[in-house]
Design a protein around this ligand. Structure first.
Ligand code: SAH
Length: 343
């Protein structure tokens, strides 16, 4: 923004002023920016626009979880979820329209892929959610765990994250912003060079054979590359990577899988977050029973791994993990490919 103001022959400190107007005061009209000269306001209105994503559906779940469907262009819609908890409010945002990866247990994958979201469309979800929530409810945490693979939209995600952390915008602490990735190793290496926000990795399996099947990008970046990259990301300090592990009945949830996971994560500064599988129409899996999840968790904890089980939220409005679908005009032709393959 400073570069932008310099480029149009204005003082760079205008950047901070305009950021505050937009992100802290929710102003979308340049004319309301009273600490700018009338001439500059008119000029900005000519040069640009402040256009947040438009909320087209606003749903409230029985547990207080709220989901918005946001229109980002004529044909595409994305979803954003707010999860209120005691003492904090977490916003789950999307990074792409659909997803190009083909994780077998995720309903976003079924939608196919259209395009990356721009910086404004990513930060705009935070803007629009904060406006919808009003001043009483604060967004204290952001997780990049909505639709899409954030590391495949690297530059835009990083720029939006910078705004989340910026004192003139949302001033969130880097510990309260979490990027979740399926494991795009080269991009993860680059991420470490530009930021140190919290990292979550969709692990889901203790070995390559099973992970190849569940998270196909593993065929390109197997565990021998992913886990050392995770270790390098957190560095020497006390930070840990959150390993996400979806509990699929009879697939990855046996005591043997748990023991293999303990071995696999030895020496990797990590904690495990077990995610009860959320079903969606025609999903080939079922969620592990609460007893199986409890036993799995116990083996991990006995093996020295800090383990938590994610509480499923917003199920009644399909707002839970892996249930976000929006409306994606698929350009990947995946459906055609899948049909051809199964014919
Ligand atoms: N592409 C990124 C961001 C999506 S995060 C990633 O893969 O990490 C969404 C999280 O929910 C991921 O850990 C994903 O594996 C998990 N998930 C996907 N489908 C799910 C489902 N049906 N039930 C539970 N968790 C699911």
């Amino acid at each position: 923004m400073e570069d932008y103001f310099r480029a149009i022959g204005e003082k760079p400190f205008r950047a901070a002023q305009v950021l505050q107007w937009i992100h802290q005061r929710g102003v979308t009209d340049f004319d309301a920016m009273s600490n700018l000269s009338k001439a500059l306001r008119a000029r900005l209105a000519e040069l640009g626009e402040i256009r947040p994503p438009e909320i087209v559906v606003d749903q409230l779940a029985s547990d207080g979880t709220r989901k918005w469907l946001m229109q980002v262009d004529a044909v595409n819609r994305i979803e954003t979820v707010f999860i209120p908890e005691e003492g904090r409010g977490t916003l789950c945002i999307s990074s792409q329209v659909g997803c190009a990866l083909e994780c077998s247990f995720c309903s976003t994958a079924r939608q196919g892929f259209n395009r990356n979201l721009g910086v404004a469309e990513i930060i705009g979800q935070l803007w629009a959610a904060q406006q919808a929530l009003g001043t009483e409810t604060r967004i204290t945490n952001v997780v990049l765990m909505g639709m899409g693979e954030p590391l495949l939209n690297f530059a835009n995600v990083v720029a939006a994250v910078d705004l989340m952390l910026d004192d003139y915008a949302y001033s969130l602490s880097k510990r309260r912003v979490t990027l979740s990735t399926s494991g795009v190793v080269p991009a993860l290496e680059r991420l470490a060079e530009v930021t140190d926000i919290s990292l979550a990795v969709s692990l889901h399996a203790p070995d390559n054979a099973l992970r190849d099947e569940l998270v196909p990008i593993n065929r390109k970046y197997p565990l021998e590359e992913l886990l050392p990259a995770c270790k390098r990301y957190v560095g020497e300090g006390r930070r840990k990577v959150t390993m996400e592990y979806v509990m699929l009945e009879g697939v990855n949830d046996t005591p043997a899988h748990a023991r293999a996971l303990v071995k696999r994560l030895a020496g990797i500064p990590s904690k495990v977050n077990l995610i009860p599988f959320n079903p969606f129409p025609q999903s080939p899996y079922r969620c592990s029973s609460p007893e199986t999840i409890a036993r799995f968790s116990e083996i991990l904890q006995k093996g020295g791994l800090i383990t938590t089980t994610r509480k499923t939220r917003g199920e009644d409005i399909d707002a839970a993990c892996g249930q976000l679908v929006g409306k994606v005009l698929d350009k990947s032709k995946r459906h055609v490919r899948i049909e051809a393959a199964t014919r």
